[in-house]
Design a protein around this ligand. Sequence first.
Ligand code: ZN
Length: 153
Amino acid sequence: MARAAIHFDVKPDGTAMRVTLDGDIDERADFSELLKLEGRTVVLDLCKVGRINSAGCHRWVRFLEALAKRHDTIRLARLSSTFVAQALMIPNTVAHARIDSLFLTYWCDRCGEEKDVLSTSPAELARPPICVTCSQPLTPDAYASSISCLFTK
Ligand SMILES: [Zn+2]
């Protein structure tokens, strides 16, 4: 049998259940064990999500739909930059859920420095981080305005 592409680490976090997903979301992804969680709120930490292909995305969307029927609130936290790119292309990737925070890749026009920065609100996205080497404001790799809408949905 093929090795699972994605692994889950489940921990209680206050009154919520927090699940850290680690690996690729592809045709091997099996989320069924996450449909047995207790509690009103589930937080899915996505910072270790790598590659997402179309078969995996389809499985993920169906999983979120099923999860939303079982719990009052689904929150997505620390979306990796690949996950953000996927959510911009296919909005269903973040349907039924609230987004707490996401990573966006920034780079420095002057020294080429590249860095993933965590944002928790549209206001934070509107304030570009400063390059640690040359103190220039960094440029985001996608339009900050299209990313903001992920927070407000
Ligand atoms: Zn710089």
